[in-house]
Design a protein around this ligand. Structure first.
Ligand code: FE
Ligand code: ZN
Ligand code: FE
Length: 174
């Protein structure tokens, strides 16, 4: 039976957030191959391919977290990631073939990473609060990988090739 709203605890919210990020990670696994296909710069393609593999690991790690809590892995639709991914699709279709395509991909992918950093950051804090040390450690491992993925994208965005791509596209527009 569903718990009445006023009876819900931080633990309930924690489990809800786990189901939410489980939905999101699965949605990201589905969305990334199309993005990788459109990426032009080899380093960007490689970074996204590596992060797709890591993201599959995040799904598996969440399944382990559910197991640790004696719960079956289930998801609740996350409107936030749906919106972020939908925006990314729009950027891909509007700019994917343009010289600014890679800049657009980095723009869209960093929105995803920042969303994940926000969610895992909160989950790690709540796991600590709830004294779920083992679970907290697992979530922290994913959080660290999201930080690294975001950092890699920032470095690619600041690389000369990407900047030249943006300059070229601005020159076309002029
Ligand atoms: Fe992830
Ligand atoms: Zn959500
Ligand atoms: Fe990620």
């Amino acid at each position: 039976m569903a718990t009445k709203s006023h009876e819900k605890s931080l633990k309930d919210l924690f489990v809800h957030a786990l189901k939410d990020i489980y939905y999101a990670e699965n949605a990201i696994v589905k969305a990334l191959p199309k993005v990788i296909e459109k990426a032009k710069h080899e380093h960007l393609k490689n970074a996204l391919t590596a992060h797709l593999e890591e993201t599959r690991g995040h799904v598996g790690r969440l399944e382990d977290v559910f197991g640790e809590l004696s719960l079956k892995p289930t998801s609740v639709r996350c409107e936030a990631i749906e919106g972020i991914l939908k925006e990314g699709e729009e950027i891909l279709s509007d700019f994917g073939a343009s010289p600014a395509g890679d800049a657009g991909i980095i723009f869209a992918c960093q929105a995803v990473e920042h969303y994940e950093i926000n969610r895992y950051g909160t989950l790690v804090a709540w796991a600590k609060e709830l004294k779920l040390a083992a679970v907290g450690k697992m979530l922290k491992a994913t959080l660290d990988e999201e930080y690294m993925a975001d950092d890699k994208l920032t470095k690619l965005a600041e690389s000369s090739e990407n900047r030249e791509g943006i300059v070229r596209s601005a020159a076309h527009a002029a």
